[in-house]
Design a protein around this ligand. Structure first.
Ligand code: 13P
Ligand code: SF4
Length: 391
């Protein structure tokens, strides 16, 4: 087994330019206990007016989401960012890969800002470009590369999206993965295989449950093993090659909790995100993106019971917004996304007040070549047919 040496990077003492590790905010952040933070954020927003556009992912804290001009899942927010060419500053309350996508989809004069550069994504970090290039070469050596179409989940770095753009692939999100896979399988005839990056669970759940691909035609590529840990025969038989990555938040939900809750709560509906493990999705009643989860709960009758398997900030917000429904979290323990949670009110106030002073902090800038290649894959996604990703 090969290992990757990752230097220890305490905050503020050296950074890894390829990830968010070790980064710290320059200057003084307001104290989290400052009672004036809400007023300060409001005042800064007002001063910036139409020059500012704040995007908030559904997993953000309430204290932050109250200042978002729009909220959404990663697909909706990417489209919303692209639809605001007049905004000078796009403050992205979400994680690093989302801000990168916004930078790619917005104009050259627009500045995309992530209030805390340490807001990364453990799943996105599980696929590094050098590992993916190596896997691509191994697929060539195994004689299958010319029928493989790479598809990457939005939750990946810009250089992985650029890789897909350069190699005939596409980006997808949890709301359009089925349409994206349909598109991919139409690219190279009936022998087409998909290399799905970096979330094995979204790839498997979509391939098996929506496209009807047999489970034994889904193989997992382990980047830490020679040839991904797969034989030439396994690769030849595979219809989808799933990168061995996962979400550390959604990976926690387990099938036994579903059994336990069903035994306790009559008529329980289980609603989960497709980043959950396959056995969890198999036991759930419904599966869908964060946007789908919200719409489902909004449409649910009063008195109905729901166990929801997604990030806790969103589940708590849904519970507060729908007191007439019995809403519970699908895990025994607290399960916030720690990197999403890094965006807090002190970081937002610090960002906005700097902008008022004309200082752009924590700008996310993708280099021009990566941006051009990644845009090809993102544009293919935006051009996909079908209703599911447009609503
Ligand atoms: P969506 O926003 O696409 O539902 O993805 C969930 C997620 O994990 C974002 O990081
Ligand atoms: Fe990444 Fe999972 Fe957090 Fe989303 S919820 S940002 S996929 S770790």
């Amino acid at each position: 087994m090969t290992t990757v040496d990752l230097p220890l990077l305490p905050l503020g003492r050296g950074t890894d330019p390829l990830s968010e590790r070790g980064v710290d905010c320059p200057g003084d952040l307001p104290a989290a206990s400052d009672p004036d933070l809400v007023e300060r954020a409001r005042a800064a927003r007002e001063k910036l007016g139409e020059r500012l556009f704040v995007l908030g992912h559904h997993y953000q804290r309430d204290e932050v989401i109250q200042f978002a001009d729009v909220t959404g899942d990663s697909f909706k927010l990417a489209r919303d960012a692209a639809a605001r060419p007049e905004a000078e500053y796009i403050v992205f309350c979400g994680v690093h890969f989302m801000a990168e996508s916004a930078d790619i989809l917005t104009g050259p004069d627009q500045r995309v800002i992530l209030p805390d550069l340490a807001a990364g994504c453990s799943m996105a970090d599980m696929a590094r470009i050098a590992q993916v290039e190596k896997a691509w070469d191994a697929l060539a050596a195994a004689g299958v590369q010319d029928v493989v179409v790479p598809v990457t989940y939005m939750n990946s770095s810009a250089d992985i999206k650029a890789f897909c753009g350069r190699n005939g692939g596409v980006v997808c999100t949890s709301s359009n993965a089925e349409v994206a896979l349909d598109w991919a399988y139409a690219q190279k005839g009936e022998d087409t295989k998909v290399l799905f990056l970096p979330d094995q669970h979204l790839g498997r759940n979509t391939a098996v449950l929506q496209l009807g691909i047999p489970l034994d035609e889904c193989v997992v590529w382990n980047p830490f093993k020679p040839n991904g840990g797969l034989t030439a025969e396994e690769l030849a038989k595979a219809k989808i090659i799933l990168w061995k990555g996962h979400c550390s938040v959604h990976g926690r939900f387990s099938a036994d909790v579903i059994d336990e809750l069903r035994a306790k709560v009559p008529g329980l509906n289980v609603l989960v995100h497709p980043e959950c493990q396959h056995e969890v999705v198999l036991k759930a009643d419904q599966v869908g993106s964060t946007e789908y989860i919200i719409k489902t709960i909004e449409a649910a009758p009063a008195g109905s019971s729901w166990a929801i398997g997604t990030e806790l900030n969103l589940v708590q917000r849904l519970k507060n917004a729908h007191p007439d429904k019995n809403i519970m979290f699908l895990d025994r323990n607290v399960c916030y996304c720690s990197t999403m949670n890094r965006i807090d009110l002190p970081h937002l106030v610090w960002t906005l007040e700097n902008l008022v002073e004309g200082v752009v902090v924590n700008q996310i800038q993708v280099d021009p070549q990566t941006e051009a290649d990644a845009l090809v894959a993102l544009q293919r996604m935006l051009d996909l047919p079908g209703k599911s990703h447009r609503d």
